[in-house]
Design a protein around this ligand. Structure first.
Ligand SMILES: [Zn+2]
Length: 535
């Protein structure tokens, strides 16, 4: 992936680097008086105070001042206004990173240095641990502002407006080059997720999504397998085949399954075998339970889960991680409407042999992932990976998660995942990486509503109301996924428990636009997942 390069500049090299850059961005803690006493800023104190004489707002908001000997003769002052306490979190740095990069682009700056002049400190003078990743979060915020979506890149024939960013820190306690490599890998993975997830229904049809992934992994160690034959999909993944049934008559809309495998270069060091199953619904009309009242708008972004799975695999290979193996199953399918559409009241036998009573064709995400989840379970069993396996489903699954948690994703765990603190890890690590998670539990009520009568059906797919009108509508689909994949046989009191966690990302994957456009695809929560589990 093509992203701006991040170059570490030790302070001792600053003066020799000034002519190579064209702007100095100073990120510092806001205070009433500008008292920026650092070795770098002392050089410019006259210019800063001269400017302050004619503009009292200098230092209060993002401002650009002229300084003859600075890179590009300009300094961009970026105050962080936060108490660095429980009323705030490290996202403030990401938000300000996004803001200053927009200002920098307006100013025509092409190659800036970002200089972290101060640190987020508690009253006792120690750095606040919740803000410990402030540099990385700032950089990820800045890089997010430089991302140009895939179709726009193709139309405009350019990839980004800034090729390189220098990074300098006042408190040089460590070489941050490794941190910058991680930020670059996260940004590249996120960009891949945005590319796939943000494409329009035609540019991002199932086969084109598979092609983007195939191309990106071509020169890597990741093994890519694509299943396009509908007859095989029907046999191996009957639930997903039902969703795609009416799309097959248009070849470019036909479904496909993409399997990705990343193997650690040193198998003796592997601690985690991670399995990801992603929902890649390239357009969701709702099917025969058609989305009405304008609810179909934006439904080309229903492939966020699959896109994140691809991005996570990308990050692992980019960092050549030794402690993890990754297997990802991505189901790309278009939920079309036609005379051959699947309908409610059908009973479909799943890969696991359990019979699913279809209730609502708009609940196609759990159908798409159900059999892929079964395959992940089979993989764990065949390779006897129970001890160190973690299975995830990732999907823009329900509107309910947004009603429950607003813009935050939810991790919904089975008993073994709770035991292994999977959700807790996402919550704790996501918090300090500016990509926060909420944690939900599957309850017995969730199983009760999806359990079939055992005579004519084994599992009920859902109800016939929108998720936003249904209680526990982001939790009960996980009970369905547990039952349909037979993961319920691997509970905490079984001989072979398997940790399974579902991530509902519908609330965080896209931003609500302030106009009538489609809004931005964020690629969240890829940073939380990567920082929690990619070691
Ligand atoms: Zn749907």
């Amino acid at each position: 992936m093509d992203i701006p390069k991040l170059i570490y500049i030790p302070k001792a090299q600053y003066s020799s680097q000034i002519s190579n850059y064209d702007g100095l961005i100073v990120v510092f803690n806001y205070s009433e008086s500008i008292s920026l006493k650092t070795s770098i800023l002392d050089t410019y104190s006259k210019e800063i105070f001269d400017q302050f004489k004619i503009d009292a707002s200098i230092g209060k908001n993002i401002s650009i001042i002229h300084a003859e000997s600075a890179p590009g003769m300009r300094i961009i002052l970026v105050p962080i206004k936060s108490k660095f306490d429980d009323t705030d979190d490290v996202r403030i740095y990401g938000e300000i990173g996004r803001k200053f990069i927009e200002r920098v682009l307006e100013a025509g700056i092409k190659k800036p240095i970002i200089y972290f002049a101060t640190e987020p400190k508690n009253n006792d003078g120690n750095i606040n641990k919740d803000f410990i990743n402030f540099k990385q979060v700032t950089l990820l915020g800045a890089l997010s502002g430089l991302y140009i979506p895939l179709e726009a890149r193709e139309f405009l024939n350019k990839s980004h407006d800034i090729d390189e960013i220098g990074v300098m820190v006042e408190n040089e306690t460590e070489d941050i080059s490794e941190q910058l490599k991680i930020v670059e890998a996260y940004q590249e993975g996120r960009q891949l997720a945005q590319d796939i997830g943000g494409t329009s229904p035609e540019r991002g049809n199932p086969l084109q999504c598979a092609e983007i992934i195939e191309n990106i992994f071509k020169k890597t160690t990741v093994d890519v397998k694509i299943i396009k034959e509908y007859s095989i999909i029907e046999k191996e993944y009957p639930l997903m085949a039902a969703v795609g049934r009416s799309s097959v008559c248009v070849p470019k809309h036909a479904p496909c399954v993409v399997k990705l495998t990343y193997k650690s270069p040193d198998q003796t060091k592997v601690k985690d075998n991670l399995f990801f199953v992603g929902k890649g619904v390239t357009f969701d009309s709702g099917g025969m339970d058609i989305k009405v009242g304008g609810a179909m708008r934006g439904m080309c972004r229903d492939k966020g889960g699959a896109s994140i799975c691809a991005g996570i695999t990308y990050i692992a290979q980019k960092l050549a991680l030794k402690h993890v193996n990754i297997t990802a199953y991505l189901g790309f399918v278009r939920n079309s409407i036609g005379s051959h559409s699947y309908v409610c009241d059908e009973v479909i036998v799943s890969r696991s042999g359990r019979r699913v009573l279809v209730a609502n064709t708009d609940a196609e995400g759990r159908m798409t992932m159900g059999d892929l989840l079964t395959e992940a379970r089979e993989n764990v069993i065949t390779n006897k990976l129970y001890e160190n396996a973690k299975i995830f489903t990732i999907a823009t699954l329900t509107g309910h998660v947004g009603r429950a948690y607003g813009p935050y994703p939810a991790a919904v765990e089975n008993g073994q995942a709770v035991k292994k603190s999977v959700g807790r890890t996402l919550q704790d690590i996501g918090q300090i990486w500016g990509d926060p998670f909420e944690v939900s539990r599957i309850r017995r009520e969730d199983y009760m509503v999806v359990k079939g009568n055992g005579i004519t059906e084994d599992v009920i797919q859902g109800n016939n109301k929108p998720s936003t009108m249904t209680n526990r509508a982001h939790q009960f689909p996980v009970a369905f996924l547990n039952l349909v994949s037979c993961l319920d046989k691997h509970g905490t009191n079984s001989d072979n428990p398997i940790a399974y966690t579902h991530l509902d990302i519908a609330g965080c994957y896209g931003k609500v636009p302030n106009n009538w456009g489609l809004g931005e695809v964020t690629g969240n929560p890829i940073v939380a997942i990567a920082s929690s589990f990619l070691k």
